[in-house]
Structure formats: C-alpha cells, structure tokens
Design a protein around this ligand. Structure first.
Ligand SMILES: Cc1cc2nc3c(=O)[nH]c(=O)nc-3n(C[C@H](O)[C@H](O)[C@H](O)COP(=O)(O)OP(=O)(O)OC[C@H]3O[C@@H](n4cnc5c(N)ncnc54)[C@H](O)[C@@H]3O)c2cc1C
Ligand code: SF4
Length: 338
C-alpha cells in the first residue's frame, strides 16, 4: 500500500511540496482554506528581482498538481488527532482524512498597518500598503490610483510592523526593502515625473540582484533614499499628507508634504498556523514563527515524528527560497515514510 501525506496550505510551499511528493510516489491530500491555490503569490503582479509576471510562477506550480494529489479547497480544519502512526484531520464539512505524515505549509500574514495608528492607515485615503499597490498593479487600475494625486510626490515607508518593539515584532521581514525598491521603479515606469522618497532605517538588499535594483533605482530612476524613521503622518485640508521623519543620519527632524504614502508592511505569523501548532503541540520561536527540529541541520522536520514544516511558517522568505525549502521538506517526508 502506498504511503500518504496531508499538506495543510496550498500556497507556493504547499503546492511544491505536494508536487514533489507525488513525483516520489506518495499519495497527497492538499488542504487549502481559500477557494483557489497559490496563497500570497496570487496577489502579486510582477516579482522581484527580475519583474517577471507572477502568473508564470503560478503556472509552474500548477503544472505539478498531477495525479496522486487530492485537492480540498474551501476546507476548514476543525481538529487534528495523532494516534499510533496516523494523523486524522477532521474538516468542518464532516469529512475525515488520514495520513502517515503531515506537512504544515500555512504561510504568513501581512502586518495590519492599522496598528501603527500614527501612520494614518485606514484613517487617511492617501495612505496605502504595499499589498494594495500590488492589487492596483495587478488589476491595471494603477493609473486611477496615481492619477488621482496632485503633484505625484510619493513617500515609501520601510519597516512597517517589523524591527519595531512597539509593534511586538523585533525581527526583520527581509523582503520589504526589495519590494519597496521594485515598487518605486514600477511607479516611475508609469509616471516618470513622480518624485519618490524611500524612508528607511537600513537597506537590506541581501539576495542576488537586489543590490543592483537599488543602484538602478537611484541611477536610472532618480529615486531618493532618506535614512529616517517616520514618526507621524497627518492629513492637510487638500488631502495631501504631512510626514514627520527623524533623519537618523543627521539626527534632525524632517517634515515633508507628499501626495501618497505607501507602507511596506512586513510578515507576521498567521493566527491559523498558531492554532494548528497549538493542536499539535508544535514549538514557536520568540518571534512566534514555528521552530524546526534544528535550526541548522534539520530545518524541515519538527520534534513531533511525522510532522514537517515548509515555507514561511518558519519566517519571512521569498519565492525561490520557499520552493527550495518545499523540495527539502518533500525529501524528508519521503525518507520518513520509508
Ligand atoms: C508585499 C509582498 C510582496 C512580495 N513580493 C514577492 C516577490 O516579488 N518575489 C518573491 O520572491 N517573493 C515575494 N513575496 C514573498 C512571497 O509572498 C512568499 O515567499 C510566498 O508567498 C511564501 O509562500 P508560502 O506558501 O510559504 O505562504 P503563503 O503564500 O502565505 O501560502 C499559505 C497558504 O496556506 C493557506 N492556509 C493558511 N492557513 C490554512 C489552514 N488552516 N488551512 C488550510 N489552508 C491554510 C493560505 O490560504 C495560503 O494559500 C512578497 C511578500 C510580500 C509581503
Ligand atoms: S527588509 Fe527592510 S523594510 Fe523590511 S523589515 Fe527589514 S530592513 Fe525593514
């Protein structure tokens, strides 16, 4: 009889783990709470670092959804039990699924910018998040969004909800710097006369081709980078915004009028991941993302035999690293099932 695995979460990590396990002859049940697969990838328009269309990556992942994978969309998990060597998952529609191994690939959520009240998100119309900007790019409404603003002076705020003790998140989300640089270039492509200012604490352009994008942003597009942390945004009567920033290089306060403010929201552990982790007794780190069995050598298994992790349940990561991680998880699951 062939061995079985249940994967919870049908984003990049879950899809790639499922595809690789099916290739290795494991029967897979893939559980996704949304009506479609893809997770956050479905929300992005063009991807860093090369600005390719995100649909191309989704198409690659979708091609892996072959025989041997049973999809359960719109599926809510009500309970997980482990008995002997089997996992039993009860879905809210009354269905029960059983497997020999379990993979948690439930991803992340983005920081709720309303929690930084002083930035005015949810209060002022012209304060939006990087996620909303992607939605506009994706639905081709970007011109409406940006044509609505008067002089096209745009501020991009880094580290929203990350590296912020008050927000309860000390970690760096790793990918918002490059997202901000990518989005700044994309705005300039659409509106060459826009003036763009990125307000950052440090620029963390750690991966291949990230630094080059940062150079391109400055040299080709004239995007300005100001080292400073936003302390407050307030709205003027003409709906422009007054931003107060502390320039951390000169130590001087800076005030600037902008027409649009884009908040680069970071990654936060998803409450759903935490709920499932509590059912299984999985360990969370001090950043509340899930812990693997060993941070260097056993990064895809957990301390509970048969329970594995894939993708951003372990912390911020881009798509390439998520896919690599998912493949490593598939190999570890297959080894365990042997
Ligand atoms: C603003 C922004 C822009 C980004 N742009 C890029 C980019 O250009 N290039 C790049 O490489 N990376 C980018 N990323 C990172 C990218 O989104 C992640 O690398 C990727 O989404 C990680 O995939 P994942 O499967 O781990 O998580 P997710 O995409 O979060 O997928 C998790 C899936 O699990 C499902 N799920 C959750 N809980 C349950 C449950 N209880 N039951 C069933 N299903 C559940 C969710 O619905 C979702 O489908 C960006 C991130 C942000 C915040
Ligand atoms: S990646 Fe950049 S914007 Fe994001 S938390 Fe880290 S330093 Fe801040």
């Amino acid at each position: 009889m062939s061995k079985t695995a249940i994967i919870i979460g049908g984003g990049t990590a879950g899809m790639e783990t499922a595809s690789q396990l099916a290739r290795l002859g494991v029967e897979v049940d893939l559980i996704e709470k949304q009506p479609h697969l893809g997770g956050h990838l479905k929300n992005w328009d063009r991807l860093f670092p090369n600005r390719r269309n995100s649909d191309e990556v989704f198409d690659y992942l979708e091609k892996g959804m072959n025989d041997g994978i049973s999809l359960h969309l719109n599926a809510e998990i009500s309970n997980i039990r482990k008995s002997e060597e089997k996992f039993t998952i009860a879905l809210q529609d009354g269905k029960e699924l059983q497997s020999d191994a379990l993979v948690i690939a439930t991803g992340y959520e983005v920081f709720d910018a309303r929690k930084k009240e002083e930035y005015g998100y949810g209060i002022y119309d012209n304060v939006i998040t990087s996620v909303e900007l992607e939605e506009f790019f994706r639905s081709n409404k970007q011109k409406n969004l940006l044509e609505g603003v008067a002089s096209k002076r745009i501020g991009i705020i880094h580290c929203v909800g990350s590296r912020d003790e008050k927000a309860g998140n000390l970690y760096c989300s790793k990918l918002c710097c490059v997202t901000g640089v990518k989005q700044a270039i994309e705005i300039k492509e659409l509106m060459p006369d826009a003036e763009i200012f990125c307000f950052y604490m440090d620029l963390r352009m750690f991966d291949r081709h990230f630094e080059e994008m940062y150079y391109e942003a400055q040299e080709k597009w004239g995007i300005q980078f100001i080292r400073g942390r936003l302390s407050e945004a307030s709205e003027n009567t003409d709906h422009t915004l007054l931003v107060k920033v502390e320039d951390t290089l000169t130590g001087l306060p800076l005030k600037m009028k902008v027409d649009l403010l884009i908040l680069l929201v970071g990654f936060v552990p998803s409450p759903e991941t935490r709920r499932l982790a509590a059912m299984l007794g999985l360990k969370e780190g001090d950043d509340r993302f899930l812990c693997p069995a060993d941070e260097h050598t056993i990064t895809n298994s957990t301390e509970i035999p048969g329970v594995f992790l894939a993708g951003t349940v372990k912390g911020p990561a881009g798509i390439a690293n998520t896919i690599t991680d998912a493949r490593a998880t598939a190999i570890q699951v297959a080894d365990y099932l042997k």
